[in-house]
Design a protein around this ligand. Structure first.
Ligand code: ZN
Length: 540
């Protein structure tokens, strides 16, 4: 975190002078580094340097962003965050947080909260993600991206408390607090935010600078720019409350969690939690929440708590301490949970032990822990959990099945999950992994070809598809898939290069050739527009 702050200060001072030269250098670097030989064998890593593409910030002297600018800026920041090692790529956790988030957004839409509508060209996309970080924090980025630190998930006692935090962040998005420059020091905040993002991008693309800059640093620096005013906070609280009410979560959870945060503020070694620093928390705010619950909340609502909440809390903890050097610490932590009287804690500890065993490919041990965790879950009362089924158990069993070479079981578990939850990314990944592990690349590729038709903007699928094409020795198709992966990562020149290779080695199939050529022309046009936009930025 400290590294992030220092970096931020240094870059804020330097970016004015360095941004343009760095940008040009970075373009050169990328042009030489990402040019593969005619046929690349190993699949390029996801973190391959990408050319700089700056968002069009229009008239940067104005204090607020237009909606389109906000979306572009948000996409740009998100592309950088996805490449960071602290961006959590555990798709079970991703599925959970997005399922919960989407439920809350649907509540906001039901309540007809302005700014939450799904229609309109620049309506917020709302995507939720987790960051591997023990600090207590959650934040909204321009364009409707909401990030959650794994540490905050650990602090929540129940799903309603987690929903309170997400609801509050959704409130900042729908009320356009970022675009309206509602931060403290509003006039310069948007310009500062934009410049910070550009500086980070430039620094990351320059191999000589700021190596190993963590997402925590980036996110923190960005959030400090997004520190909200008291009025904005109260407005986000009000929206968050409406959302909780519409979705049937426990309204008492909101003041309870914020009170917990306020108490934690005095007790934490690290001082004030980041969340409290960027979302100023006052006693008046908490009192207002309590009043609202008294007036509108009525009786304490029935706890709406899924089994998934507790299991994903364990996954978050596992991801947070993901280094091999932390294994013995994690083991102690999970074993301590197992020895507690509370069945939920026992289940979480046992499931944590299962995750550790899977990582060490101790397959039979993993299976034993998973069965025990499931058995414990069945002993929970309906007051403790509202639902006893969990995607987490099924997908985890599927992961164990792959380790046991029981590919057909893994495939049927993935398909079963997809039938109940079509948007599940974890199930899709399990399905592809099972097909690939069994050597059935044809099946995996066929599924991915359909998937990438409906979800073009997720580089994960293109990455798997490229792997499959390579195994099937379909070289031209391989380069086309890599090109689309680069498009999703914002690296248009690298994508165009891949399509050039694809064309050169393509068979004489006229239809295939003309398709590649058309896509290449389209990307070249997009890139020209991008350069034109960059030129509109002020020369400093
Ligand atoms: Zn806030």
């Amino acid at each position: 975190m400290k590294k992030g702050i220092i970096f931020y200060i240094v870059m804020s001072v330097l970016w004015v002078k360095l941004l343009y030269p760095l940008e040009l250098m970075a373009q050169d670097n990328v042009a030489t580094q990402s040019q593969p030989n005619i046929i690349i064998k190993p699949e390029p890593p996801l973190g391959v340097p990408t050319p700089i593409s700056l968002p069009d910030l229009g008239d940067v002297s104005s204090a607020s962003l237009s909606e389109m600018e906000e979306v572009k800026l948000g996409d740009r920041i998100m592309r950088e965050i996805r490449k960071d090692p602290d961006y959590v790529t555990n798709w079970l956790l991703y599925d959970y947080i997005n399922q919960l988030g989407r439920q809350l957004v649907a509540g906001a839409r039901e309540e007809k909260i302005s700014g939450a509508a799904a229609t309109g060209e620049f309506s917020p996309k709302f995507e939720f993600f987790t960051v591997r970080d023990s600090s207590i924090n959650a934040f909204a980025l321009p364009g409707g991206y909401v990030g959650l630190h794994t540490g905050l998930m650990g602090l929540t006692d129940n799903e309603s408390q987690l929903a309170s935090v997400l609801g509050h962040e959704i409130g900042h998005v729908t009320q356009k607090h970022i675009a309206r420059g509602a931060g403290q020091g509003a006039t310069s905040s948007i310009l500062m935010l934009a410049s910070l993002v550009l500086a980070i991008v430039a620094a990351k693309s320059n191999p000589g600078a700021a190596q190993g800059l963590a997402i925590g640093g980036q996110a923190l620096a960005i959030q400090n720019q997004l520190s909200y005013s008291r009025d904005a906070e109260r407005e986000a609280d009000r929206i968050g409350f409406q959302i909780l009410k519409a979705t049937g979560f426990d309204l008492h959870a909101m003041p309870a969690f914020f009170l917990k945060l306020q108490k934690a503020t005095g007790m934490m070694d690290s001082g004030i939690p980041v969340f409290v620093r960027t979302h100023p928390l006052t006693s008046e705010r908490i009192a207002e929440m309590q009043d609202r619950v008294r007036i509108e909340g009525g009786q304490k609502t029935v706890l709406k708590n899924s089994l998934d909440f507790y299991l994903n809390q364990t996954i978050a903890r596992f991801e947070q301490e993901s280094l091999a050097s932390q294994a013995s610490f994690l083991k102690d932590y999970f074993q301590d949970l197992q020895s507690q009287a509370n069945i939920i804690r026992q289940m979480q500890g046992t499931f944590g032990m299962c995750l550790l065993a899977i990582r060490d490919t101790k397959t039979s041990e993993a299976e034993k822990h998973l069965l025990k965790a499931k058995e414990l879950s069945q002993r929970l009362s309906s007051l403790e959990v509202s639902s006893k089924t969990s995607e987490v158990f099924d997908i985890t069993l599927g992961q164990i099945a792959i380790q046991k070479n029981n590919f057909s079981q893994a495939i049927s578990l993935a398909q079963q999950t997809m039938a109940n939850f079509p948007a599940s990314k974890a199930a899709g990944v399990l399905l592809v992994q099972a097909h690939y592990a069994s050597g059935n690349y044809q099946e995996g590729v066929a599924w991915l070809e359909q998937k990438t038709k409906v979800q073009r903007d997720d580089s994960t699928w293109w990455n798997y598809l490229a792997q499959g094409y390579e195994k099937l020795d379909r070289q031209s198709a391989y380069h086309v898939a890599i090109a689309e992966k680069y498009v999703d990562e914002g690296a248009l020149p690298a994508a165009i290069k891949q399509l050039t290779i694809a064309k050169e080695i393509s068979s004489t199939d006229y239809y295939q050739l003309s398709e590649i050529e058309a896509r290449k022309r389209q990307l070249e046009m997009l890139y020209r527009e991008e350069l034109k936009e960059n030129n509109k930025l002020p020369k400093l």
